[in-house]
Design a protein around this ligand. Structure first.
Ligand code: SAH
Length: 347
């Protein structure tokens, strides 16, 4: 029997379950409260739930959250990198970043990833499994509990391709947004995708207010295909068309992520080509000097190159920022902590 994944259930769904069990539906709010406000990890800690209902919950349900196995704190800016174990013994990474406007959590949506981007460490062994909505929430809850601080922004930029785990990610967004739980405004949630075009159109129909970040990393198909296998499936023209429709419909500005890799995508002509393709779009370009991944041969662009690239885009009237690097003393590049842990612990 598949047990109820308790952390992934909406309050309305609890009401249905309780009705079926012949229990009063007001218990739904109490259960939801224990899980999403008080962050209990044991059913027996739900002290206002009668013992017989707790027994039923234990028999038919389970609280499947994440468990902290390692934590690295940056001495420079207080960024914390967490390694969490999930059901099945796999591990995932999450990061807590401190900005002047509040704390941002970067969470994973899958263990591993199957998109195969050549510069990324998360994808080296493919996808191990999708995370549930509860496991995504639990990363935030555990970071809040551990740090004692509220998280006000969430970016789905850890390991995994969120749109490749569409149903669970959508469920996560609605649960995180729920005022009876974390109450995180949708505008405070950023979903980053390598651009699965059909899924962007699906997302458009959901009528959400989240920020969409699209990993472009190249100004044309040729370069994009050389570093991102997904670019062979969807052309840049298709990607940009979907993005345009998304921003037209939601009136939300799209963020284009662009990892600058020395000699691959960082020339003046790349910047010009990129700017010309984005000029009529409600967007913002986020430049990220690529993090060196041991297993890959890519080198980050020099500081001067990054600035020049940014200037060219800016001159064409497109808003651009260079991502400030947080936690540089603990950063073993995205996904690398997880990999080294798995190797050393033979997971
Ligand atoms: N799969 C999603 C989200 C996860 S990755 C996506 O592709 O957007 C989050 C961001 O980090 C993406 O823009 C991704 O391309 C980028 N990234 C991955 N590896 C990187 C590296 N080594 N250096 C810089 N950015 C990297």
């Amino acid at each position: 029997m598949q047990k109820i994944d308790m952390l992934s259930m909406a309050q309305k769904e609890w009401e249905e379950i309780l009705k079926q069990w012949g229990e009063p539906t007001f218990r739904a709010k109490q259960i939801f409260d224990w899980l999403h406000k008080k962050y209990v990890t044991e059913i027996d800690d739900m002290t206002n739930i009668p013992k017989n209902l707790r027994e039923k919950l234990k028999q038919y349900g389970t609280i499947t959250g994440v468990k902290q196995v390692k934590k690295l704190v940056s001495q420079i800016d207080g960024t914390i990198k967490y390694l969490f174990e999930i059901e099945g013994g796999l591990v995932i990474e999450s990061v807590l970043m401190r900005y002047h406007y509040g704390n941002t959590a970067c969470i994973s949506t899958q263990a591993g990833c199957r998109m195969g981007c050549k510069f990324c460490a998360s994808t080296l062994e493919g996808v191990e499994r999708n995370l549930t909505a509860g496991e995504m929430l639990s990363q935030i809850y555990e970071m809040q509990k551990d740090s004692g601080e509220r998280i006000s922004n969430v970016v789905l930029m850890g390991s995994g391709e969120p749109l490749d785990n569409y149903g669970n990610v959508l469920r996560f967004i609605h649960l995180a947004n729920d005022e009876r739980g974390l109450c995180l405004g949708q505008r405070h949630i950023t979903l980053s995708t390598c651009a699965l075009v059909e899924k962007i159109y699906n997302l458009l129909e959901e009528d959400l207010q989240i920020t969409l970040a699209v990993s472009l990393h190249a100004p044309n198909d040729e370069i994009r295909q050389s570093i991102m296998p997904i670019a062979k499936k969807y052309s840049m023209e298709e990607v940009l068309k979907a993005c345009k429709e998304y921003s037209d419909k939601t009136k939300r500005r799209i963020t284009f992520e662009y990892a600058l890799i020395k000699g691959i995508n960082d020339s003046d002509s790349c910047a010009q080509e990129l700017a010309s393709k984005l000029h009529n779009m409600l967007c913002h370009v986020n430049l990220i000097p690529v993090n060196t991944v041991k297993e890959r041969n890519y080198i980050k662009s020099s500081e001067e190159r990054v600035q020049k690239f940014a200037q060219i885009i800016e001159k064409k009237g497109i808003e651009v920022t260079v991502r400030r690097k947080l936690g540089s003393d603990i950063d073993a590049a995205c996904g690398q902590l997880r990999r080294s842990y798995q190797r050393n612990n033979k997971i």
